[in-house]
Design a protein around this ligand. Structure first.
Ligand code: ZN
Length: 482
C-alpha cells in the first residue's frame, strides 16, 4: 500500500471535529499549512510525529468578539489569545475599527478604547489588511468595519443623525471596506459616537452589505438595560429590512431588575429565526467592561476603575471609593476619572447560562487589551471549557467547541476554518479536558490559562507544551477567501 507523506502528524488524540459530533480517537496529518487527513492516519508517514497522549484535538478557537485591532499590530505575539487556544480573532466590533480613519485631532468615545489618535493611521481597510500581514501576527485576523469609525471619518457632528451627504460618504467607505475583504458592518449604538444614528441610517448602510455574499451586520445594541427587548426588536428589523444576517454582540441583560429578561429576548430571537438569520455571542463573566462613562454607572452593583489617566491613584479601586474620596457622586466621579475604563458587575449567572446554551450563541471574549484589563481577555475560552463544561455541566464539551469553531466560521463567512476536515487550514488546539481552566481573575487579569498544550496556526506551532514558541503563523483573512 502506498504511503502518504506529510509535514507533521498529530497522533493519539481525542478528535473533536468542531461540528458538535461525539469525539473519535485518531490523529491529524498536516502539510503545507493545511489538514490533509483526519481520523485513522496509520498509513501516513511524516517528517515529525507527535503523540498527543489522548489530549483533545480541536479546530483552533475563533474569538468572534475582540478589540484587538491595534494589538495585532503592536503586540503581534498575541499571548492572551494563543494561550487560550484562539487561532483567529475578529476585530472591529462595537462600531469601533482602526480603519478607515487617519490622523484624527481627537477621539469621540468610545474610539479611544482602541488607542490614541495617532494609532488611527489607515485611510482604508486595504491599508489596514496590508499592515496586519506585514506585522507577522501569531493569529489570523478578520475585520468588521465600525459604524462609529465611519461616522467619525464622515461627519462634522457625530451627536446628530447623518445627513444624506454624510450617509453617501459612509456608504462609499463601507463599500471600499467590503471590497478589501471585511466581513461586515458593526455598530455600537449605545455609545456617544453612534447613539444619535436613527434606525434608518443603519438600514441604509446595511443594504450595502446585501451586495456582498456572506457579509453581515453585527451590533452592540442601543440598549442592554431596561429597553433590551426594544433593542433586540430594532436589530431584527434592521436585518429584515436590509436582507442581511445579524449578530447580537455580547448579549446580556444589565441591572438586577432586568435579570431573567433573556428568556424574553431569546424567544424573540427564536421567533425571528423562522424567517431570517440571527446569531449572537456571549462571554462567561458577570462583569462587563468598557469606557468609564457617567451614564453607564447607574445599573451596576459595583464598578472597578481601571486605566484612569487623570487619577491613576484610583486604578483597581471601586468607583464608590473614588466618589467618597472626591466628595461627589459616582456619575461625577466617572466624569473626573476620564479617560478611564471600568469593570461593571451587573449581570446574572442564570442569564449567562441561558444565553450560552442557545444553539445560535458563539463565544467571544470582548477582551480589551490595555495596561489593566478584565480577566476575559486572557481567560474566556478555558473558562467556558473548565467551569461551564467540566465543573457545572452547562453544556457538553463538543457543543462548547462547536460554539468556538464551526459556528463562528459559518456565521461570519470565514472559509475553510473551524473544522477538522481535509482541505481546511491547519488551525488547531490540543488541550487537556481535565486540566483546562482560566487562571485570570479580577485581581490578576493577565494570567495565562492552564491545560492548553499545543496551538497551531496555519500549520505553525505558536504554543508547544504550554509555552509560547515565538513563531508566527497568522494572516489577514478576507471574507469568503480560503
Ligand atoms: Zn460592545
Amino acid at each position: 500500500m502506498p504511503q502518504n507523506t506529510c509535514d507533521l502528524l498529530l497522533a493519539n488524540a481525542e478528535i473533536h471535529d468542531g461540528l458538535g459530533r461525539p469525539p473519535v480517537r485518531g490523529g491529524v496529518a498536516i502539510g503545507d499549512g493545511h489538514i490533509l487527513a483526519v481520523g485513522d492516519v496509520s498509513d501516513w508517514r511524516a517528517r515529525e510525529i507527535r503523540d498527543l497522549g489522548g489530549l483533545c484535538l480541536a479546530p483552533g478557537f475563533i474569538d468572534v468578539h475582540t478589540h484587538d485591532d491595534r494589538a495585532v499590530l503592536d503586540d503581534s505575539g498575541m499571548e492572551p489569545k494563543i494561550t487560550q487556544g484562539v487561532t483567529s480573532v475578529i476585530v472591529g466590533n462595537c462600531g469601533i475599527s482602526l480603519a478607515p480613519y487617519k490622523n484624527p485631532p481627537r477621539l469621540v468615545p468610545p474610539l479611544g478604547l482602541l488607542g490614541d489618535p495617532q494609532d488611527y493611521r489607515f485611510d482604508s481597510f486595504a491599508a489596514y489588511g496590508q499592515a496586519v500581514d506585514a506585522a507577522n501576527v501569531a493569529v489570523n485576523v478578520a475585520a468588521l468595519a465600525g459604524h462609529g469609525t465611519l461616522r467619525a471619518m464622515s461627519m462634522e457632528d457625530t451627536e446628530a443623525p447623518a445627513s444624506q451627504a454624510e450617509i453617501e460618504k459612509m456608504r462609499a467607505l463601507l463599500r471600499e471596506a467590503l471590497e478589501a475583504g471585511v466581513l461586515g458592518l458593526s455598530t455600537g449604538l449605545a455609545y456617544p459616537v453612534a447613539r444619535s444614528a436613527p434606525t434608518d441610517e443603519i438600514v441604509t448602510l446595511s443594504r450595502e452589505l446585501a451586495a456582498f455574499p456572506g457579509a453581515l451586520y453585527v451590533t452592540h445594541m442601543r440598549d442592554e438595560r431596561d429597553k433590551v427587548e426594544e433593542a433586540v426588536g430594532e436589530t431584527i428589523d434592521i436585518g429584515r429590512q436590509a436582507g442581511v444576517p445579524v449578530v447580537i454582540s455580547h448579549h446580556k441583560c444589565i441591572g438586577r431588575h432586568n435579570y431573567g429578561r433573556s428568556q424574553r429576548t431569546l424567544s424573540m430571537i427564536d421567533k425571528a429565526l423562522r424567517h431570517q438569520d440571527i446569531a449572537m455571542d456571549v462571554y462567561p463573566y458577570e462583569a462587563s467592561s468598557t469606557v468609564l462613562l457617567p451614564e453607564l454607572t447607574r445599573h451596576a452593583e459595583r464598578i472597578l476603575v481601571i486605566n484612569s489617566r487623570s487619577h491613576p491613584e484610583f486604578n483597581g479601586k471601586e468607583l464608590s471609593h473614588a466618589a467618597e474620596q472626591m466628595g461627589c457622586d459616582e456619575e461625577e466621579a466617572a466624569r473626573r476619572l476620564a479617560p478611564a475604563m471600568g469593570v461593571y458587575f451587573q449581570m446574572s449567572p442564570e442569564d449567562i447560562r441561558r444565553i450560552m446554551t442557545h444553539p445560535r450563541t458563539m463565544i467571544g471574549s470582548d477582551g480589551i487589551p490595555g495596561p489593566q484589563s478584565h480577566p476575559r481577555l486572557w481567560g474566556t475560552f478555558p473558562r467556558v471549557l473548565g467551569r461551564y463544561v467540566r465543573e457545572d455541566n452547562v453544556l457538553p464539551l463538543e457543543e462548547a467547541i462547536r460554539k468556538m469553531t464551526s459556528l463562528p466560521a459559518q456565521v461570519f463567512g470565514i472559509a475553510r476554518r473551524g473544522r477538522l476536515q481535509s482541505g481546511f487550514a491547519a488551525d488547531l488546539v490540543a488541550f487537556d479536558r481535565e486540566e483546562v481552566l482560566d487562571l485570570a481573575d479580577y485581581d490578576t487579569p493577565d494570567r495565562p490559562s492552564a491545560g492548553i498544550a499545543h496551538v497551531f496556526v496555519n500549520g505553525t506551532a505558536v504554543l508547544e507544551d504550554g509555552k509560547v514558541t515565538g513563531a508566527r503563523g497568522g494572516r489577514f483573512l478576507r471574507r469568503g477567501a480560503a
